[in-house]
Design a protein around this ligand. Structure first.
Ligand SMILES: NC(=O)c1ccc[n+]([C@@H]2O[C@H](COP(=O)([O-])OP(=O)(O)OC[C@H]3O[C@@H](n4cnc5c(N)ncnc54)[C@H](O)[C@@H]3O)[C@@H](O)[C@H]2O)c1
Length: 219
């Protein structure tokens, strides 16, 4: 069956819906209304209903959505119903922190290989993962069926690492280095930028230090 095309904004909200739904499921909640989801997420219930309509017309008026069914559907759409192996390049401060966080990743996602160029890093172990040299990148990515690469090297090295990922057959890159990467269209890049998030947050601080409006970036 041809996968349905879902807008980027919806894809960005799906992991957030999943988090809330998982939380409800752990508390044995069986159904949830768009209003309740909206309250929890600070999102418009109409927006939520529109997003969830992608999965079929199964929300029942006055009852709501079946939590288990929605979890299953969202996991399928995000392809989290199958193992998602991730490689990380750059075993420095940030790279090590992410590898140490690994055990908390859920839904089949896992950093399964970590690489570095520096001789002092290669062969060391981070949270059970041995840091491999860069000349093992391609074969390891193939052997371990790795689809996503994380970049945590200095900005000046990031493009080179991205090129190596692409050459090794990676489909998606999560880049933490503060630089824009150029890759062929088939490879998707997402950026994680702590500094620019803080900078844009700073804009919303008012002069007197009064509380500002809470705005979700999920709209
Ligand atoms: N996005 C964020 O929120 C965020 C937060 C902190 C840091 N950063 C960025 O993440 C990156 C890493 O920061 P850090 O503090 O961990 O740096 P770090 O210097 O501690 O670690 C960088 C690692 O990359 C390795 N490396 C360098 N060139 C390489 C190459 N060509 N191939 C393989 N490995 C290579 C180094 O040997 C080192 O181990 C930087 O670009 C930094 O600006 C981003």
């Amino acid at each position: 069956m041809k996968p349905m095309k879902i807008s980027e904004a919806v894809v960005r909200r799906l992991p957030v819906y999943l988090q809330v739904l998982n939380d409800l499921s752990m508390r044995d909640v069986q159904t949830v209304s768009s209003q309740e989801l909206g309250n929890r997420l600070d999102l418009n219930p109409a927006q939520i209903r529109k997003d969830l309509a992608y999965f079929g017309d199964f929300g029942r008026k006055g009852i709501g959505y079946d939590v288990t069914y929605l979890i299953e559907k969202i996991r399928q759409i995000l392809k989290l119903d199958q193992p998602l192996n991730v490689a990380l390049v750059g075993a420095g401060n940030l790279g090590r922190a992410l590898c140490n966080y690994n055990m908390y990743l859920k839904d089949n996602m896992k950093i399964t290989a970590v690489f570095d160029i520096h001789p002092s890093m290669i062969g060391t172990t981070i949270n059970g993962l041995t840091v491999l040299p860069m000349d093992k990148l391609k074969e390891t990515i193939l052997e371990r069926h790795i689809r996503i690469g994380i970049i945590t090297v200095p900005a000046t090295e990031a493009q080179h690492v991205a090129d190596q990922f692409v050459e090794a057959g990676i489909d998606g890159i999560l880049n933490f280095a503060p630089t824009i990467l150029r890759v062929q269209d088939q490879v998707r890049i997402h950026y994680a930028n702590f500094t620019s998030q803080l900078m844009s947050l700073a804009y919303y601080l008012d002069e007197e230090g009064e509380e500002g409006d809470n705005e979700s970036d999920l709209d």
